[in-house]
Structure formats: structure tokens, C-alpha cells
Design a protein around this ligand. Sequence first.
Ligand SMILES: *[C@@H]1O[C@H](CO)[C@@H](O)[C@H](O)[C@H]1NC(C)=O
Ligand SMILES: *[C@@H]1O[C@H](CO)[C@@H](O)[C@H](O)[C@H]1NC(C)=O
Ligand SMILES: *[C@@H]1O[C@H](CO)[C@@H](O)[C@H](O)[C@H]1NC(C)=O
Length: 393
Amino acid sequence: MDFIVGTKYILIMLCINMINASPTTNYYNVVKFGAKADGKSDSTEEFIMAWKSACGSLIPATIYVPKGRYLLRGSNFRGPCKSNVTFLNGGTLVAPEDYRAIGNSGYWILFNHVENLVVSGGNLDAKGLGFWNCRRSGKNCPVGARTMTFNWVNNLVISGITSINSQLSHIVINTCNNVVVRNMRIIAPAKSPNTDGIHVEQSNGVTINGCTIKTGDDCISIGEATYNLFMSNIKCGPGHGVSIGSLGKTMDEKGVENVTLTNAIFSGSDNGVRIKSWARPSNGFVRNVLFQNILMNNVENPIIIDQNYCPNNQGCPGQTSGIKISEITYKNIHGSSATAEAVTFDCSPSTPCDGIKLEDINLNYNNKAATSSCKNIVGTSNGTLVPESCLST
Ligand SMILES: *[C@@H]1O[C@H](CO)[C@@H](O)[C@H](O)[C@H]1NC(C)=O
Ligand SMILES: *[C@@H]1O[C@H](CO)[C@@H](O)[C@H](O)[C@H]1NC(C)=O
Ligand SMILES: *[C@@H]1O[C@H](CO)[C@@H](O)[C@H](O)[C@H]1NC(C)=O
């Protein structure tokens, strides 16, 4: 009895203290701003009002989206903000049924110029089907919208979000520093065009951990000026794999440096780990990359470097890639290839790949050793090597 009375006393004192203390966070519930959880009423203005209030708060602020479906047109959540902001979603954000409503801006949900931002939870349904159908029909279509984009956001955490059926990429991290992306689920059909899962570009210090990505284009794609990207515990497939590139479309491109992918499973994807560049002159580079502890299940190109990218043979006749690829390590990669050739290194004749390392590779095709091919590449290998290494030393 004494113990219970004691506990009650402590709880009462705690409550009194909490009432007296000034709040450490301001809460902004979008429903209090008039957002409707019916999935039909346009709540864009109400979300923007909630954002503006939170962004103007002098103490850390949380925008809270309760359970329910909220219809949003293109939403630009713009900083700078006065304090840290958390966007906590317990509901589902849905795009309008008509793809043209968001398809002209390039963006559906956009966070812009914010420091210390957390975006967490909930579902994003961009309703991409109409847009994909438009593109497949060869009609004139709008440019399309990425589902959630971060531009110029520093100290960013994105977590626990499920994104389905984006028109284009699901999550885009562009010109951001110090980013953590974790526990994401990303889903779109294998045949949906250009639906990259997570795209990182012009960003430094990005960690992506614990994501399941099933989509129609790259699970994770990495563009120019990406430095210090660490990816772990990634499940990919269907999809086009984890791709550095396409790089080198233009002459003046920044490089990609310090990229790690560790502990990943690829299932039925078109590629596993890929580095891809246009067959065009460029000053760009890819260096210091580690792909390790990876299981391939029936993957078409488990390991591939393709420096001859030139869709429809347009814009690069007779040219070779200027992207310099060096210091790439492939370590402990095993499983099954869906094609006979599991390792393809097609490097640039003018700018060969070097410093490539293979260690403990075991990839089979139809329960037999797969094959490998090498062009313009220098490197070393050790440990188990199935297929045999074709690197020149
Ligand atoms: C704001 O967020 C940063 C991390 O991004 C943290 O270091 C800082 O303590 C936070 N500030 C407040 C007032 O909570
Ligand atoms: C890449 O990593 C190395 C070693 O940690 C570091 O010295 C270098 O500055 C990094 N490169 C970039 C562009 O941050
Ligand atoms: C491969 O070589 C590295 C050093 O370059 C060494 O640390 C590693 O143990 C070797 N692996 C095998 C399986 O021999």
C-alpha cells in the first residue's frame, strides 16, 4: 500500500511540475487548422497554414497529422524556420485523382531551406497510375511530380514513411547535408516508369538504413556531388538496383566520393550494384566505393559498371565516357544471377576504371558458376571468386 501511495504522490508531483514548466514543444494539429481527414476535401491551404505557424514558432514545433486521409495538391513547406520542426504524420496524404493537378510542378510535397527537420511516419499515396498511363500512351504529358523532395535541408531525419505509387521518384534528397533516412517502405509496380525509390544528389553525409524498396526504377539512385553516403540494411526488388548514375551527361560535373552499401538483399531486380555513366566527355568521377555483404536472388546484372549509356544512341555518337571510376571494392557478394553473365565491367576506353577490388564473390546462374566480362579495367582480387575474376592487374 505504501508503495502505491508513494507512486501516486510522485505522479501527482510530476503533473504539477509539467503544468508549471513552460512547454518545450509547440504542437500544431492540422485538423485544428481546418484540414479534413476525408480524403476528398483539399487540405493544402490548411497544411500550409499549420506549417507557417510551426515554422514561425520560437521553440521547437511539431506539426501533427492525425489518422485519416488528407487530399493535398502541390505543397511547398518553405523555411527558414525559427526553431526545429517535426512533421509527424499519423495519417495518409493523398494526391488528387487527376495526375495533372500535381504533374506540372515537378513536386508534390516539397521541403525547402530548413535546418533541423524531422519528417516521420504516415503514408504518401501519389496516385501515379494515371500519369504512367499517359506516358505509356505516348500522349503529351506533364513533366510529372516527385513525391517528397528535400532541397537545401540540413540536419534532416526522414523515418518510418510508406510511399506508394509516385509519379516519378518517391523521395529526393537534393542539396542537403547531414541526413538520416530510416525505416522507409517504398512501393510501386515493377513496370512503373522512372519511379526511383530514393534519389540522392549534391548532398553530403547521408545515411540510409533499414529500407524496403519495390519499385519500377532504381531502388536508390545517386547523382553528382554526392559525398559520404552510407547505406545499410536495404531490401531492393523489383527495381533497377542501387545505382551510382547516370553520371557524365554534361562536361562539368562534380564527382561522387565515399559511398558504402552494406548488408543488402536484392530480389528479382534488373541490377544489383551498378555504376552507370553516359558515353560522353565529362570531368566527373566516382571513387572510394564499397559494396559488401550482399545477397542476390535472381538478379539480372548483380554487379555492373556500364560506361556506355546512350539511350536510343542519341547525343553520344562515337564518344566515350570521361567519368573516372576508381577504388571500388566488391566484397562478400553471393547468390544467384538471372543471366549467365553476373559480373559486367564495361569501362570507358578513354578513361579506364582502376583500383577495383573483388573479394569473396560467389554468384551462380542456374546452379552453375556465372561468367564475367571486363573491358578497360584494372584491379585485384582475392578470396573465393565465382565467376573467376577477369580484371587485369
Ligand atoms: C534542434 O535540432 C538539433 C539537431 O538537428 C539539436 O542538436 C538541437 O538541440 C535542437 N534544438 C532544440 C532547441 O531542440
Ligand atoms: C572521403 O573520405 C575520406 C576518408 O574518410 C575523407 O578524408 C575525405 O574528405 C572524404 N571526401 C569527401 C569529399 O568528403
Ligand atoms: C583479401 O585481402 C585483404 C587485404 O587486401 C585481406 O584483409 C583479406 O583477409 C583477404 N581475404 C581473403 C579471403 O583472403
